[in-house]
Design a protein around this ligand. Structure first.
Ligand SMILES: [Zn+2]
Ligand SMILES: [Zn+2]
Length: 140
């Protein structure tokens, strides 16, 4: 998932976005991780060395990136919005103990089908959410 700086800039430009330091920082941060962070997680991470970005800026950048389809919101927990730079179809696993969310490749449930839905329902997108315990939680 790691992309070089000029690649990231090109992706933003290709979406017709002005490349601001904030957008760049937020998108680069999301691309560099796969833990589905919240806006607060990103804020903390980006302001680790010096507090340069405000919460409002982060939210605004996330919104913009989401609007053009570069990132998506992951809502697996009531009231908690997490973000994902992996916008290709995939499923999620959520650990009930530590709250960790990890990607499950789409092919994992290869025979999943929405054909049996009643007629009249138009499918936009769907994914499987598996809940349980991750291996680091099970061990202890
Ligand atoms: Zn866990
Ligand atoms: Zn994901």
């Amino acid at each position: 998932m790691a992309k070089k700086a000029d690649e990231i800039i090109n992706v933003l430009k290709a979406k017709g976005l002005r490349v601001t330091p904030q957008r760049y920082a937020v998108y680069a941060n999301l691309l560099s991780r796969n833990d589905h962070p919240t806006a607060e997680n990103i804020l903390t991470d980006l302001n680790k060395d010096a507090p340069t970005l405000s919460q409002a800026t982060i939210y605004l950048s996330l919104q913009t990136l989401r609007d053009v389809g570069l990132i998506r919101e992951v809502l697996l927990q009531e009231g908690v919005c997490r973000y994902d730079a992996n916008v290709s179809p995939h499923h999620h696993f959520r650990c009930n103990c530590c709250g960790k969310i990890e990607d499950i490749p789409w092919e994992t449930f290869s025979n999943l089908s929405v054909d049996k839905l009643r007629s009249g329902l138009k499918v936009d997108h769907y994914e499987v959410i598996v809940q349980g315990e991750c291996n680091s939680c099970c061990e202890t």
